[in-house]
Design a protein around this ligand. Sequence first.
Ligand code: FES
Ligand code: FE2
Length: 442
Amino acid sequence: MSVHNLNPARQQPGRYDHLIRPDGLVHRTLYTDPAIFDEEMRKIFGGSWVYLAHESELPDPHDFKTATLGRRPVIVARDGNGALHGLLNRCTHRGSLVCVKEQGNAPRFQCPYHNWTFGSDGRLLAVTFPDGFAASFDKKTRNLGQLPRLESYRGFIFGSLNPEVEPVAQWLGNARPVLDWAIDKDEAVSRRWRVVKGTHYTFRANWKHQNDNNCDPYHVPFLHSSTAKMNEVMHGVGKGLDHVKGDRNRMYVQYLGNGHKLFDQRPEMGDSWPRVRPIPGKETHATAILAEAGEAMGAKYLELVGRAGINLIIYPNLFIMGHGMFAVYEPVSVARTNTRYYSTLFDDAPAAFNTLRLRFAEDFNNLAGRDDNDAMERIQDALDTIPEMEWLDFSRGLGTPRESTDENGVITGNVMDDTGVRGSYLRWKELMHAEPQLGVVT
Ligand code: FES
Ligand SMILES: [Fe+2]
């Protein structure tokens, strides 16, 4: 595992030291400077692992799904033998996008510009009007570019342009048992689960705001107060977000290393089904699930609807909420980011369970998720327009006795402290100070 040394005094000195300070202050230019953004796309989104797709989205030979690695368009494709390839979605003729569909099954990709044809393994199969090319023209030198590294962990596929990057299972490190916990919960009830697309939106702010926000319970009682109030007035207490009211409880945040962090709500959550807010068709679907699956199994299904009690952020672009919900962040520019939500559905469960799960996944994103976007856009606007005010404060918890480090290097902080976020910024600095040798296999 790469070293995540959180003692600022012992980190390698580098050109970003003055922008991420040991007292928890982070400079505004990390969110506003296009040159820093470009460097992030190379060193963080190129030099480390980035989540691309889930194997269940492309189960069969020649299935594919498009994604982005940083800003680079890629195609995750299975060849005729079922082997996975991470292809750069860029024609080797004149550079056009080769595949313009999001997802599908195709033994060949035909470039729309001059119709060069590539196999699902990236090999150039045919050029149009081949007589026009010299005898020395070698098709083998015009295959689609491939990521030098593509690895899957329990179906989650990650890619990297850095041939030297450590194996995914090792890189996940202390995040791995939490991810396992989330997957195990689904797999204990279903042998046939698959990932499906949910809502998708763009916010007008830097990608790191979302990465910070998902491990920032401090904002929940305030920014989401209207959602919480509406919940309480309409549906009574004990639902939705009302376990996140203050910092005197058993919940916590953790920095797990390699940029990964966790906001763990499980100590205060209890069962998840009783906490589910009223959502369209809730009672009808619940009745159908219990009727079809029986009381015991039906109760297990219902318990997998609602929040699982974790915000696990796998750095830099994957946000696992558990109970089959996760989000993927795609940086578009220094002040623009796409968010794509996904859910898992069970092919061996009553149809009503899958419907209920989707309705719940939409519910939270469309209420509280909008508050978050709004906050991030306001931050971005102010950071962009007031250069005289330079710093963001991530010091909460620092210099207090509220933080402790265990034998695995996991740093645990009070639930409303910036422990996890600070760790991610030290990882940011470590990656930005490195010089990864990125490569493409052709
Ligand atoms: S750009 Fe793809 S065939 Fe010409
Ligand atoms: Fe939020």
